[in-house]
Write a protein that binds this ligand. Structure first.
Ligand code: BGC
Length: 761
């Protein structure tokens, strides 16, 4: 209540003043702070505003066309010190040229910071982030982010707009592909790993770049899964579900954050002092800077909370948005707002200090061109080593959803394989959405990957099947799917008839997901279902390789086809990575980071839901929380994934049936490889807090371990639970574990597992 009042006061008062210096609990470098203080005394108000201003280059756009000035005007502004940052300028040569404009012409020679969306690779493409989370290996994400940073830095970039850490429960939302799925714990580990990968141990090194944690906050909770839509969530969902990955990223040292486009309960995130001042800069002591999203300051008008751009600038700077990305609101208005006494200069100084701090940390004041290195750009980008990491990442991100007749692994010889589907030969789709500088058509296709793997190429026959996406629509938001031209089905059926096994590549074009690409229907588009049924009618030995950026409704497929391999959009080495799995050179070990619904009508669906007062009785009886035409359960639950071997769980033990306050609990379980091949299992620990001051989820992931086991081998896997692991934001408005009874499971996914109970005293 007190916080709401504060927020209200900050937004409603005519005079906005900074009552006290912002709290900075992070470690500050005294030398840097002294330099900033000196610089601030030399800066005019115009130069200060300039540091808070970010424009996009006019060569590449990742949002609606810029307003207010043309390229020439922008160049003049750079020379006058009115542009602190540019996004979408890439390449050692281009960034050097741009930097020269600022450093050689502006009065104080303050270098610009160059940002870009390096979401899953710069030119060597890694699996889309959702896929990579299926590896349940944060270390893998650290490595791929490291490679992405090395490539980006060699191309003159200082700053990536990643990681995207939005928890997402809605498969309709196209941006679900950019994050780590539905779970705050898994999401936190991946958030921290990616920050560490981008930033390394030393931000001033010329192969590390600043991370930008986005979108702060709750963008994944937009109504109806429609991009940019409204969010209205409680403080408890914000604290317990949405914020943990942001906090983990801040704790991992992320130096910048980005606003979200959405409002939360009436206040757009860009004008949200509760998020930015109370939580991020206050409670968490974040001392980096916050950049708006693309024109999200300007959009405060459209949201209907600002009367004009000046008012929007007032709201955003007051709330704690430090840099205005392509909004053109700060530069024309901040000076007047300060002169009129509406915005306290201290607010501006604080924002400028934060921006300069990151520039100093990056070492840009020592050498503004340190990242522009044409030679490194040539040798480091798309290197063999980088592609090897990409192949490793690709195969580790694959999830085996079904393998009923043990059709997989395939044989490299002595087996006639029909490979069918346009996606199988596609060298572009696997690069995924948000592909930075990926070279169009540069991925290893599934066809190529399989050709590389088989011993006798004559045994692998390819048929394209019907066209999927038509014409040149591939690179636009509005993809056109072929629903009429059935030519190709006949040939596919012919090829399928004579094969021992059919591998069918189906799913989504990569531009069905990403920003602005929400869908109401998450089934396969075009003629893909028809192709699947036609092929299945003549050959039951079907392995579907699914390429997609979101959970899909694949109910028919799951009910009929014996083998399904979830292969997402896996990046540059996709085809090789998938072939590694298909032929058993790599035993798949991925687990879903997100629930797959049975039908879009179940969305949002997630494993860590609440009980309700009337949980389904499982019988479908009326007056219990259920659907009359579909089950409540997911088609494939969170944490689910198979292997070419099998595992059993036994001997779940806890060190005590009681945990004392401040105490610990040791949990152990024996996992055995009961199959014939070596394999990896992700052993997952979930809890349920049975009675809380507010309702608690029916299950929550609290720990996991990924272990290798030889055939017949057993291992005791141990976990340590502390009181901290049981804490949540409850009725007392703080993180606290509450005494009482808990259930605990250890198992292979979020619905199966051995169960025990304990009590927190
Ligand atoms: C997206 C951000 C992105 C920015 C810059 C916006 O439209 O929401 O995620 O970083 O554009 O490209």
């Amino acid at each position: 209540m007190r916080k709401k009042l504060l927020l209200f006061m900050m937004m409603g008062c005519a005079l906005f003043s900074f009552k006290s210096e912002p709290k900075s609990t992070g470690k500050l470098d005294v030398e840097i702070e002294t330099k900033i203080t000196k610089l601030l005394t030399e800066m005019t108000i115009d130069e200060k505003m300039g540091q808070l201003n970010q424009f996009t280059s006019r060569w590449e756009m990742t949002g609606p066309a810029p307003q207010g000035n043309n390229e020439q005007q922008m160049l003049e502004m750079i020379k006058s010190g009115l542009v602190g940052s540019i996004l979408n300028v890439t390449g050692a040569e281009a960034t050097r040229k741009a930097q020269t404009l600022a450093v050689e012409n502006s009065r104080l020679k303050i270098p610009m910071i160059f940002g870009y969306d390096v979401i899953h690779g710069y030119q060597t493409m890694f699996p889309i982030p959702l896929a990579e989370a299926a590896s349940w290996e944060p270390e893998l994400a650290r490595q791929s982010s490291r490679v992405a940073a090395v490539e980006s830095a060699a191309a003159g970039l200082h700053w990536t707009f990643a990681p995207m850490v939005d928890i997402a429960r809605d498969a309709r939302w196209g941006r679900i592909m950019e994050g780590s799925g539905e779970d705050p714990y898994l999401g936190s580990l991946f958030a921290a790993a990616r920050v560490k990968g981008f930033q390394g141990d030393d931000l001033s090194a010329n192969n590390t770049i600043a991370a930008c944690v986005k979108h702060f906050a709750a963008y994944g909770f937009i109504e109806s899964g429609r991009d940019y839509n409204t969010v209205d969530i409680s403080e408890s969902t914000l604290r317990n579900v949405v914020l943990p990955p942001f906090k983990a990223a801040a704790d991992a040292g992320a130096v910048t954050f980005m606003n979200a486009f959405n409002e939360i309960g009436g206040t757009p995130a860009t004008a949200n002092a509760h998020l930015l001042r109370d939580i991020l800069k206050g409670e968490w002591g974040f001392n980096g800077f916050v950049v708006s999203d693309w024109n999200s300051v300007g959009e405060l008008l459209v949201h209907g909370v600002a009367a004009d751009r000046k008012d929007a600038a007032r709201l955003a700077i007051t709330a704690g948005s430090d840099m205005d990305m392509e909004g053109n609101c700060y530069v024309p208005n901040l000076k007047t707002l300060v002169e009129e006494g509406i915005v306290d200069i201290k607010l501006v100084d604080d924002a400028v200090r934060r921006v300069l701090r990151v520039k100093f940390q990056l070492g840009l004041f020592d050498d503004p061109y340190k990242y522009c290195d044409e030679n490194k750009e040539k040798t480091l980008i798309l290197s063999r080593e980088n592609l090897q990491v990409a192949r490793e990442a690709a195969r580790k991100s694959i999830v085996l959803l079904k393998n009923e007749k043990q059709l997989l692994p395939l044989k490299k010889e002595g087996q006639k394989i029909a490979l069918i589907g346009e996606l199988a030969a596609d060298k572009d789709v696997p690069l995924g959405s948000w592909r930075a500088k990926a070279i169009t058509g540069s991925a290893v296709s599934l066809l190529e990957g399989m050709q590389n793997a088989v011993s006798s190429p004559a045994n692998l026959v390819y048929a394209k099947g019907p066209a999927f996406v038509v014409g040149e629509s591939k690179f636009t938001v509005h993809l056109k799917f072929n629903t009429t031209d059935k030519s190709g089905i006949e040939e596919a059926v012919k090829v399928a008839k004579t094969a021992d096994v059919v591998v069918l590549a189906l799913g989504e074009n990569c531009f069905q997901t990403g920003e602005g690409r929400s869908q109401t229907d998450i089934r396969m588009k075009g003629l893909q279902q028809e192709l699947l049924e036609a092929v299945y009618a003549v050959n039951k030995n079907v392995v579907v390789v699914l390429m997609n950026g979101r959970p899909m409704d694949i109910s028919w497929m799951a009910g009929n086809v014996p083998s399904i391999v979830e292969a997402w959009h896996l990046g540059s080495e996709a085809g090789n990575g998938i072939a590694d799995v298909l032929f058993g050179d790599y035993n798949p070990a991925g687990k879903l980071p997100v629930s797959f619904p049975q039908t879009v009508g179940q969305v949002p669906i997630y494993y860590n839901h609440k009980s309700t007062g009337r949980p389904s009785d499982g019988e479908g009886n009326v007056f219990w929380s259920h659907y009359t035409d579909a089950p409540n359960s997911a088609l494939f639950p969170f944490g689910y994934g198979l292997s070419y071997t099998t595992f059993t769980y036994s001997d779940l033990k806890i060190s005590s049936s009681e945990m004392s306050k401040g105490g610990k609990l040791n949990v152990s379980v024996t996992v055995k490889n009961t199959g014939k091949v070596k394999g990896q299992e992700v052993v997952q620990l979930y809890i349920r807090d049975l009675v809380g001051s507010i309702t608690r989820p029916v299950k929550e992931l609290k720990a996991f371990d990924k272990i290798w086991l030889n055939p017949g081998e057993s291992k005791v896997v141990s976990f340590e639970l502390t009181e901290n692991d049981l804490a949540f934001w409850g009725a007392s408005n703080q993180f606290q574990a509450e005494p009482g009874d808990f259930q605990l499971w250890v198992g292979p996914n979020s619905v199966e597992g051995l169960k025990t109970t304990f009590k927190l005293k």
